[in-house]
Design a protein around this ligand. Structure first.
Ligand code: FAD
Length: 387
């Protein structure tokens, strides 16, 4: 089926969002963003299912796998309109944006048939089990173990910083399945059900007072023998494939979210009179210019994304993480001394949440130091750092 015309598609998305972000879903507008992931969780899960039932998940996935096979330009439009409407932060984004594309690239036909429909329908939520207390930047140090016994994988170990694990039905886990092999080679990529006796999820309270991420303990947890993506021992390649898709077209939607945050900061600066402070004025102008640069850079990267984009995604991550953190600082500076006080029961306003949550931007998805290492070694050909 030919893709609908872009303008017609934009109008369709806009109409659907206006009609459906109403009634029982009206309170979800603007909810669930950074530092506010605790808001309206059951309602946002229902919203995810509504998106799925109406064909708004997996827009770019092949039709043969249940997607709509739309070009990336249409996906960008969807994310732009989604952000513009203030639609809620997605609870299913890890499945749609990380696991789905990984299965489309590395999964067997059986795995795609088993797992993609739940993501597309918004009925099965996923989390990402990579990081461990001793394995973050140095991910190949993963020590969670899995052994194949009597037709099942048995897992023991601990993951940490596992976003949304408390709501997830499934986790894609990087586990060591061959302790004798060289450390990058002994890993496997397993699909593990979260709701079973051997899995214990403990939320971690963050600076924002809420819990986006968790500790996850595996104590003889089980996964089906067939639920290994790629061959056993080939998990590193698959895990890197997931990271490569991590910054897809949704980055433009993310930037619209940034724009809304920027506009809120600007409105606050006008309301409080902080706009008259020359330092604040200069930082507002800089923030606006940064937004424009990010938008055009992301569009240029996406337009080239059919080929190898080299270290461009690393450069983009560095730029937006830095930009967003500066915006958080600007938000509390605009609020002035009042920003140093939380409300009763540690109630935080949007500026305080933005400031506190954006401390994480330079850590997750690869810290700034690691992005610089990648750019130095792979982009500039500088000598590898001593190990
Ligand atoms: C909000 C948030 C959500 C997250 N969600 C998930 C998730 O869903 N699933 C998941 O698996 N993980 C998740 N993470 C974990 C994230 O991927 C790790 O925090 C990140 O990879 C850094 O690892 P680490 O915390 O172990 O820090 P470390 O690797 O211990 O690093 C500590 C510090 O040392 C620096 N450093 C480390 N190595 C080098 C080096 N070679 N050169 C220079 N500096 C170095 C780092 O930059 C950092 O500043 C999340 C993290 C955050 C903050």
């Amino acid at each position: 089926m030919p893709a609908p015309d872009e303008e017609a598609f934009r109008a369709e998305v806009r109409r659907w969002l206006a009609a459906n972000l109403a009634g029982e879903f009206a309170p979800l507008v603007g909810s669930g963003g950074p530092g506010r992931e605790h808001e309206f969780v059951p309602e946002r899960m229902a919203w995810e299912r509504l998106l799925g039932a109406n064909g708004w998940i997996g827009l770019g996935w092949p039709e043969a796998d249940g997607g709509r096979g739309l070009p990336w330009g249409h996906e960008v439009i969807f994310y732009e309109e989604y952000a513009r409407a203030g639609a809620p932060a997605r609870v299913g984004h890890i499945g749609e944006q990380l696991l789905g594309p990984t299965l489309l690239t590395f999964g067997t036909a059986e795995q795609r048939a088993r797992f993609l429909p739940g993501i597309l329908a918004g009925t099965e939520l996923w989390c990402q089990g990579y990081s461990e207390p001793g394995a973050g930047s140095d991910l190949a140090a993963v020590s969670t173990r899995a052994r194949l016994e009597a037709g099942e994988w048995h897992l023991d170990g601990q993951k940490v910083w596992t976003s949304l694990a408390q709501f997830a039905d499934w986790c894609f886990v990087l586990a060591r399945t061959d302790v004798a092999a060289e450390r990058h080679r002994g890993l496997s990529y397993l699909l593990v059900p979260m709701r079973q006796p051997g899995v214990d999820v403990r939320p971690i309270v963050q600076l924002t007072g809420t819990s986006e991420f968790n500790e996850v303990f595996f104590d003889d947890a089980r996964a089906a023998a067939a639920d290994v993506v790629g061959a056993p021992g080939d998990g590193w390649r698959v895990a890197m494939g997931t990271l490569a898709v991590e910054r897809g077209v949704s980055t433009l939607g993310q930037q619209l979210g940034f724009r809304r945050e920027f506009e809120a900061v600007l409105a606050a600066a006008r309301a409080t009179g902080a706009i008259d402070d020359p330092d604040i004025r200069a930082r507002i102008v800089e923030a606006w210019a940064g937004l424009e640069v990010m938008r055009y850079t992301a569009l240029a990267t996406l337009a080239r994304s059919a080929g190898d984009t080299g270290t461009e995604p690393n450069v983009n991550k560095l730029i937006w993480a830095h930009w967003h953190q500066r915006l958080g600082e600007l938000a509390v500076d605009v609020a002035g001394a009042a920003a140093t006080l939380a409300g009763p029961g540690y109630e935080l306003d949007n500026a305080q949440r933005l400031f506190l949550y954006t401390r994480a931007d330079t850590i997750y998805g690869g810290s700034n130091e690691i992005q610089r290492n990648v750019i130095a070694e792979r982009g500039l050909g500088l000598p590898r750092e001593p190990r």
